[in-house]
Design a protein around this ligand. Sequence first.
Ligand SMILES: Cc1cc2nc3c(=O)[nH]c(=O)nc-3n(C[C@H](O)[C@H](O)[C@H](O)COP(=O)(O)OP(=O)(O)OC[C@H]3O[C@@H](n4cnc5c(N)ncnc54)[C@H](O)[C@@H]3O)c2cc1C
Length: 398
Amino acid sequence: MIEVSKKCIGCGKCVPVCPFAAVNMIDKLAVINEACTLCGACVQICPLQAIVITREEASHRDHSGFRGVWVYVELTETGDKTHPKKIKPVTFELLSAGRKLADELKEDLCAVLLADKDRGYAKELGAYGADKIYILEHDELFEYNTDIFSTVMVSLVNRHKPSVMLYGATIQGRDLAPRVAAALYVGLTADCTGLAIKDGLLLQSRPAFGGNIMADILSPDSRPQMATVRPNVMKLSEPVHGRTALIVREAAKIDKSLRRVKVLERKMSHGGGGVKIENAKIIVSGGRGMKTKEKFRQLEELSKLLGGVVGASRAAVDLGFKEKAHQVGQSGTTVSPKLYLSFGISGAVQHIVGMKASDVIIAVNRDPNAPIFNVAKYGIVGDAHEIAPRLAEALKKK
Ligand SMILES: Cc1cc2nc3c(=O)[nH]c(=O)nc-3n(C[C@H](O)[C@H](O)[C@H](O)COP(=O)(O)OP(=O)(O)OC[C@H]3O[C@@H](n4cnc5c(N)ncnc54)[C@H](O)[C@@H]3O)c2cc1C
């Protein structure tokens, strides 16, 4: 909580230092509005210590007013001028998981959409289980910006008080969620691989200690309980077309000066940067067992013949066989293709967590005891350099 005491003489020093335009001078007194994120800049500048932030001891907070499971709706560019943005698939995965949490808590599942324009996103959000959609439209929300989006999210949370908030562990979610958590003075569990309800609290599971153990985390003193979840981890539910959600339009006053970063130019990175491994239906992946960059190229051909994308273990990436954008696993991308073909990958736990949700896993390894065989539906014990070209030949004949 932030308060301005009677000591305030209206010197105005606190107004320009506020990065969030949350302080105004009204009748020669500092007045703090809801854009305040408790960053403390005004407290430090005040010569009379007239502005005071009191941080309640977490365990004394009253959580009774916090209700609802919120999912942040992430939009992605389509490259099409008529429909420039579409909803990122991770949003639907979060709604699918959020639906179960909301049912268990007997609370609403809400989608939160920040966009320059509502382009009819509600149908899809409703089909994947949202009961309510908070929509905030503003020109300043066309492109993701940390300062603007986090300020808007904080003010929405302060207004509606959700009990749970979920974000995709994407580049955007990983930027936004910690900002919001810090501003609200609550915790955040990053990269969850499991979510459930335990005694009315969000049970957040995630790998810890390099993936060697699974940690179960509860946040009894934080509201909202916040988590990020990697794409392709939560099972997508079947959409119920025609299922509608209540739309709540929120008004937004956004101060442009909040934007500290201006995008001057965009350049697409080539050489791996454009690869969309997380959405691939077929992945042909290679590891250290492929031995050299040249030999690794056998997998490129196979992947082309299958209409797939090439993946790699971290060892293969570290050895320079493939770019980082292709890395599957804990510190790479989590994937769930229909078919995952692995060549010369041992099956370390950090690799397995990133691909075990694949529908069918076929592993090729010359060591019959390689752990990859524990998750593979079909295993071939043999030399990857013999088997990959033979498979390619067979496919060419077909
Ligand atoms: C914090 C942390 C995060 C990590 N994140 C990731 C991650 O995101 N992704 C990831 O993959 N790893 C990750 N790792 C690394 C992980 O622990 C392993 O080191 C890595 O996955 C091993 O890669 P690999 O299976 O290609 O190599 P190795 O473990 O060296 O396995 C090579 C395999 O190839 C087989 N082989 C050799 N020659 C042939 C042949 N001719 N034909 C067939 N098989 C052959 C061998 O029998 C062996 O099983 C992470 C580690 C840490 C600590």
